[in-house]
Ligand binder design. Structure first.
Ligand SMILES: [Zn+2]
Length: 257
């Protein structure tokens, strides 16, 4: 890719991040994603086109509403920035390809789901379904390169591995893990395939366990509070997209295969 393509991809990512902010705020509150148009949560004034320009709008307004002066959370520009960087990183690794489009779709969706899980402690079924629908289209388009059987077999095997392992843990933990995490892992497996699913589960649990231990140590309390697990699965999926193949090869070598 040349510099022009990088810039276009980054700007497109900023706009996607701007829409992501709307989804993350409105979906768990049961609001429509399109109506009413964006407004200041403090004073309710409808925002103009200039206020809504990703990143720049926030910078020009110095993080305050132009009409009432209320502070705007820096989370909005940060999410836009993160999405822009995600677009740039995925396309620079996989090129302008179908592969990149599928991975990016998953990662952007996971970003939205993680932010919602952090705030509301739940994984919205609607977004998981959107993910599966997008995944089905992506896997079918892949068929032109390698046959529809191979693409779908990899997807369903990944879904079964990730969903199956999580389901066993879900049943054994009796409420220690949410059903949403099982569905989310199955969705990630659908995109990553079985080897990727193994990498994601391993990394997700390692990160989750570390964070859990840290939480116990910091609060000097027991394992009482539920830790939102979607962000750990999502982080693991992010690492898998970029280093999954290398990690899996390394594991096989370690095992002497
Ligand atoms: Zn306002």
């Amino acid at each position: 890719m040349d510099i022009l393509q990088y810039t276009a991809v980054f700007l497109f990512g900023l706009c996607a991040g701007s829409f992501l902010n709307v989804v993350v705020y409105r979906l768990p509150r049961g609001e429509s994603l399109v109506r009413p148009p964006s407004h200041c949560p403090a004073c309710g004034t409808r925002l103009g086109a200039l206020d809504l320009v990703p990143l720049l709008g926030y910078m020009f307004l110095r993080g305050r509403c132009r009409y009432c002066g209320a502070r705007i959370s820096p989370r909005y520009p940060l999410v836009e920035m993160a999405t822009g960087l995600l677009f740039t990183a995925v396309f620079s690794k996989f090129g302008l390809s179908l592969e990149a489009a599928g991975k990016l779709f998953l990662l952007v969706l996971l970003l939205a789901i993680s932010l919602i899980d952090l705030e509301h402690l739940r994984v919205p079924n609607g977004l998981v379904l959107v993910g599966l629908a997008g995944g089905a289209i992506w896997r079918t388009l892949q068929a032109t390169g390698r046959g529809i059987g191979a693409a779908w077999l990899e997807a369903l095997a990944g879904l079964a591995v990730a969903g199956g392992v999580m389901l066993v843990i879900y049943l054994a933990s009796r409420g220690g893990m949410g059903a949403g995490d099982v569905k989310l892992a199955a969705l990630i497996g659908f995109f990553s395939g079985p080897a990727g699913a193994a990498v994601v589960l391993f990394l997700g649990f390692a990160a989750g366990a570390l964070a859990g231990l840290f939480q116990v140590w910091r609060r000097r309390s027991g394992w009482k509070e539920a830790l939102p697990f979607a962000p750990f699965l999502s982080l693991a999926a992010l690492v898998e997209v970029f280093y999954g193949a290398a990690l899996w090869q390394g594991y096989l070598k370690l095992m002497g295969w």
